[in-house]
Write a protein that binds this ligand. Sequence first.
Ligand code: ATP
Length: 603
Amino acid sequence: MTNPPGETTPATPSAPGALSRRGGVGRRLLRNLVAVVCLTVLALLVLATVFAPLLTSHSPTRPSLLDTFASPGAAHPLGGDSVGRDVLARLLYGGRVSLLGAFLAVAVALLIGVPTGLVSGYYRGWVDAAFSWVASLVMAAPAIMVLLVAIAAIGPDANAAMTVLGVILAPGVFRLVRASVTSVREELYVDAAHVSGLNDLRIVRRHILPVVQAPTIIQAAQMFGVAVVIQAGIEFLGLGSASEASWGAMLNEAFANLYIEPTLLVAPGVAIVVTVASVGLLANALRDTLLEGGHAAPARRLRRTKTPDSPPADSPVRDDDGDALLTVRNLRVSYPTSDGEATVVDGVSLSVRHGEVVGLVGESGSGKSQTAFSVLGLLPPEARREAEGLSFGGKDLRRLGGKAMSGLRGRRIAYVPQEPMSNLDPSFRIGSQLADPMRLHLKISAGEARKRALALLERVGIDRPERVYDAYPHQISGGMAQRVLIAGAVSCDPDLLIADEPTTALDVTVQAEVLDLLRELQRERRMGMILVTHNFGVVADICDHVLVMRSGKVVESAPVGQLFANPHHAYTRMLLASTLEDAPTRTPLDDGTPARTTVQEKA
Ligand SMILES: Nc1ncnc2c1ncn2[C@@H]1O[C@H](COP(=O)(O)OP(=O)(O)OP(=O)(O)O)[C@@H](O)[C@H]1O
């Protein structure tokens, strides 16, 4: 029910999900007239403040009694204020304080909010609880009061005040980033990235950050407008530095002379309104652009939450170690529930040798995937995995840390998922999703990885591999996507391949081809393979040994020929019977355990 192949890449769930790497966002934004006008206005504003000394020879702070309330003219294009200071000079130099102050507040908010939101959303647990608690605390405090108290404590320092404002705004960023990370964290392609052996840092950089950056940029733009207004408000109240020109200080001065020279309000007022409006409209245009180009999110989640019925009694197992590649002994997986604990895998034992295909068969919810994920080390954090033995290639998987497990996944244990499309990241080309894990695991150059990826695409039966290499997932069919994932899974020459219902999402016509391909590759490379399926046709086709699972237990374990010739357990017989074409919907099995679903075979 999950993931990955060769690799993955950043995700782009819905809409503002991510700045697409198709490189079109900038270009699309420039096709938006409003965005172009706003960008031009903001650029002119910034340039005017930066090059203020070139645009005016007046000082923004030097008074001149002769120029008191001077009318606009050649000497003072925007006139003089109540002490004869040049209004244009104050507007230009004042813009530096206002814009820089707003920039500072936004930068502080992002510096605090983005990393904490990423860590919180990605790792959850106590870190999330602690950060969320602090964020709620800061948000609960009345922002303006906190700001005024801080200014009273630190004195009239505009930059310090804007830093405090940044801290006050940070929880908003934190919550946004955390929500974005949470929304993408459970996506199949993120699990795919885990399986392909990418470490957390890489996964965050490749898959999570692209999803977070678009909404964060939009929020940053909105915060910038708010910060300009608050900065002006502070200065207007006279709480800023008296020795510096700023738009807020100009408003303050104009307000004091409202009845003498009301036009003094115009310049700073227009500057503030134009800045805030431009930033706001630009943020809207950016959002629209991203929505326009956003990809539909693979909405399915990896793990389901229902709990199984109580397991049946006896559980024949196969536990023949010998020269086994993988040995699982008495595996148990359980989840905490409000009533205690739900056991979803109960006493499963199995072994897989090099070149052997072991089928895990059973109806939906019988624990097949949970068994597979236990081997992959990809159970959710709340799951409890216990086993008397769990070894792969002589290594005790129970003792391996996260890093060591990442090293195994993708490299020595590969995975082919059920839903190919959901396991390919929509924002990255197929080629990069294939080549990146190879570069990581095999430490090969980009050119070599490309060469290998093209050869693999050819090997899995894709015509014109270059075209697929350069394509995005939405440009290929489901069958082709599954071939790509299979190519990715075998790209690092794994010893064990776990295929979780690899044909379920495919057309019947394509299913057989994909199974043939899997079988060919498995034989060619002598890989051990665990094939999770509910299809006895597939079992008969490919498997050497079969374990029949029901409600978390293995009810029968036998070589494939024996199982078909002489099924021992009533449940196996019933599953076999329902596999036959035109078989009637099965009735509850008379062994005390209620049947749950009808097994419907596709092939
Ligand atoms: N995170 C979870 N928390 C609680 N129960 C879970 C969780 N994930 C899976 N389960 C339960 O574990 C049981 C076994 O699930 P599993 O996915 O292994 O079944 P399956 O045999 O692979 O079925 P399918 O063919 O539908 O994939 C199910 O009852 C499922 O609801």
